[in-house]
Design a protein around this ligand. Sequence first.
Ligand code: GUN
Ligand code: FE
Length: 426
Amino acid sequence: RGRLLSFHRAPDHLEDTQAYQYETDGALLIEKGRILKRGRFSDVAALAPDAPIQDHRPHLILPGLIDTHIHFPQVQVIASWADQLLDWLNDYTFPAEQKFEDKAHGTRIAKGFYDALTAHGTTTAVAYCSSHPNSVDAYFEEAARRNMLMLGGKTMMDRNAPDALCDTAQSSYDDSKALIGKWHGTGRAYYVITPRFAITSTPAQLEAAGALLREHPQCHLQTHINENHNEIAFTKELYPDADDYLGVYESFGLLGKKTLLGHCIHMNDRELAVMKETGSVAVFCPTSNLFLGSGLYDKARLETHGVRTAIATDVGGGTSYSLLRTLDEGYKILQLQRQRMHPLTSFYWATRGNAEALGLEDRIGTLEEGTDADVIVLDAAATPEMALRMETAQSLAEELFLLQTLGDDRAIKQTYVSGVPQKRAG
Ligand code: GUN
Ligand code: FE
């Protein structure tokens, strides 16, 4: 019981009340991990007079937040004082990812990883695991223990990285295929084909990634693109015949509606046209883009070109597990470009919008009846200073904006995964 808020489409103007449903004294009836009923408290309570009630008034109840790009083996990389992308990868990230050769390390980090996600209100994430298949096992085993809907896969990388992290085109194909068979569709697991980016893959490996996608059209594919100028220049040296960066992925058949492309900062018009044509998704990673000094994601330009978009933390390049912190930094990046994002749009993006980008809006990112009961409870007065600011908030939009601007894990009062309230670690 509490104030229910969920979106059924993107708000297309300020105060677009048609885009969302808001119930000031609402309730969800949850059974067997699903939302059975959603409505006014009195109506829902009448349907199930014996059901135990968890009273979250006066807090807001939203669908669980969705993180569309995060790196599971970078839990110990976040907050590393590095220069830009390529130095950060070589100096901090690749050494940390090598430790995932040890399954026990992956299992231990997975617990901390999922504790962090749920403490921050994230109930679904799309993750890069390390190049070691057993990191994928550690990742999905812990997700299964918690009944979480998670997407992820083994990072494919066969050059320009330490030998201890490199696979080969053939072994990455074989291992990914075996992992798809083992995990995709078991419980709530979705496998994602994961070539890291053009620099760390030979043409033979990108060919293998394309073959995997053709053979497993049920799977997503994720990679990085146009994040940093040195990265782009190196890619051009490695793939001199490609039209541009996106042209590399295009030529190996890696694009489509299930393709998630991290960053998409420095895009040319041809690339945007191909993104639109293929339905590929441009994933905005604001805290990472600021932290690594990568550049400013141009949401308006992407959307004008008809490109689908999503938002994500990109931990450990990103600096917070919180989608609230992420929306706030995203807001500022867009402000710098005179693109002011409305709070309704923000919260749509982190829930239903990201679910649509994944093609999973029938299951998550919504409070629709029949969907999975991944739900969070938000308190816009979670800290004394938030409480003081909240006294003057005049509308739902102002409350959401305050949550986005001042909120973090302290504002997440409760996270339900498959209908079960998650305990806080520590
Ligand atoms: N490009 C290739 N690998 C990575 C990574 O781990 N993080 C980020 N932000 N960009 C990348
Ligand atoms: Fe990333």
